[in-house]
Design a binder for this molecule. Structure first.
Ligand code: S3P
Length: 457
């Protein structure tokens, strides 16, 4: 039972095969949190003075945000392990000279649309084939109510998509907005816009989503309060015009990236690993909770606070998993982790049911459909519903594809990494048609797997 990933590169895509290769062992770190990395750069670019960031995720998505902020006047440099950002101050963004290409990154485009909306500049945003299909109306609607003007391409389904142009308004009009979808990107876009206008911008969040923007805005000195009303709605109030103070930021490891080695170690017999320095903010750690309920041996050790965020070293041992009903209300705290949960469910004994996951259809790909098709190809018993998957696991390794068809990743990093993990527990191995999207969030993913495969217990 040996074999390391084997790869073949053609015209920018990277086909890689993954196969069972014995227990995973050792201690690893995963790259910095993607959400916190984007926000670190954006808020530093708006502060007056020099901020320093360590642990920044150097993936394509975050580098796209950095390039966009540079094009709007911020100075962003790296020396050794430290990123230094010389901010322009709230209101100080400048007119970029060309259109800004944000590649695959939904977070970059939606957060930057918010920033531009209250500056007196016009910006055109473009993206790759995946980003150009994703809905932008959810951000256009509230930002238009604040006074920004948008011209967007209509996708085939009649929804507003990239490329799009934003004409900001300064001063714009503060807004009170109840989020119609549970989206941290929409919440953050509105709050970022609110920084550069007089008055109180208020976001009402019926369902809690990741709260990094709120924590970090307060850390940078913004006047922001969070209250919960009697119906359980979270009310976030931000008073503009804010003055942000430069900060020293330590970005913790990304729980959404740690998800892959954690699930791999649970599934591969004999494994015993530690993923160090992982963010365990409750708005992000739903996957670990669900896996524990399925019988996963996952223990948080050395719990501590780094830069205002809870962090731990996560110890994981191979475990026999049992299928469960995943409650719909846990979805926002693990919204990016469902693809890899579906792989765990395929090996668990019994039925795993998921629901309330409409949002997965508008991520980097339609993740419900991509995962259902890939798992069916591997012979897993899976039913696709409009808002979730039902997976009946046998409690045994996946038998695998007789046809040796490569799994399609559709420019989606998390689909690619999920099926790489599946390859480690599929008798015939798994070929993934393109691993290059993993560069967006997890540079070094294949090396990380190889380290664990070569690790000593
Ligand atoms: C993110 C929010 C989530 C998540 C994405 C990152 C963020 O998107 O899926 O990967 O950094 O705010 P939604 O806001 O669309 O739920």
């Amino acid at each position: 039972m040996t074999s390391k990933p084997t790869d073949q590169t053609t015209a920018g895509t990277k086909t890689v095969s993954f196969a069972p290769a014995g227990p995973l062992a050792g201690r690893i770190m995963v790259p910095g949190d993607k959400s916190i990395s984007h926000r670190s750069l954006i808020l530093s670019a708006l502060a007056v003075g020099k901020s320093q960031i360590t642990g920044l995720l150097e993936g394509e998505d975050v580098l796209a945000t950095a390039a966009a902020l540079r094009a709007m006047g911020a100075t962003i440099e790296k020396s050794g392990d430290v990123w230094t950002v010389q901010g322009v101050g709230v209101g100080g963004l400048m007119q970029p000279e060309t259109a800004i290409d944000l590649g695959n990154s939904g977070t970059s485009v939606r957060l930057l649309m918010g920033l531009v909306a209250s500056h007196d500049i016009s910006v055109t945003f473009t993206g790759d084939a995946s980003l150009s299909k994703r809905p932008m109306g959810r951000v256009i609607e509230p930002l238009s109510a604040m006074g920004a003007e948008f011209t967007a391409r209509m996708c085939s389904d009649g929804k507003a998509c990239l490329p799009l142009a934003v004409r900001g308004l300064c001063p714009a009009v503060p807004l009170e907005y109840r989020l119609p979808v549970a989206s941290a990107q929409v919440k953050s876009a509105i709050l970022l816009a609110g920084l550069n206008m007089p008055g109180v911008t208020r976001v009402i969040e019926p369902v809690l989503t990741r709260d990094h923007s709120e924590t970090m805005l307060k850390g940078f000195g913004a006047d922001l309060t969070v209250e919960t009303d009697k119906d359980g709605n979270r009310i976030i109030s931000l008073t503009g015009e804010a003055e942000l103070l430069p900060q020293k930021i330590k970005v913790p490891g990304d729980p959404s990236s740690a998800a892959f080695p954690v699930v791999a170690a649970l599934l591969v017999p004999g494994s015993n690993i530690v993923v160090e320095n992982v963010g365990i903010n409750p708005t992000r750690a739903g996957l670990f909770e669900v896996l524990q309920k399925m019988g996963g041996n996952i223990i948080y050790k050395k719990q501590r606070t780094v830069g205002g965020e809870p962090v731990a070293d996560i110890h994981v041992k191979h475990s026999k998993l049992t299928g469960i009903d995943v409650p719909a209300d846990i979805a926002p705290s693990m919204i990016d982790e469902f693809p890899v949960l579906f792989i765990a469910a395929a090996l668990a004994e019994g039925t795993t049911t998921t629901s309330g996951l409409h949002e997965l259809r508008v991520k980097e790909s339609d993740r419900l459909n991509q995962m259902a098709e890939g798992l069916s190809l591997l012979g897993v018993d899976v039913t696709e519903r409009e808002d979730g998957l039902i997976i009946v696991g046998s409690g045994e390794p996946i038998s695998g594809s007789k046809k040796k068809t490569a799994i399609k990743t559709a420019l989606d990093h998390r689909i690619a990494m999920s099926f790489a993990v599946a390859g480690l527990v599929t008798q015939t191995g798994v070929t993934v048609d393109d691993m290059s999207p993993t560069e967006t969030s997890f540079p070094g993913f294949a090396d990380m797997l190889a380290t664990l495969q070569g690790g000593t217990k």
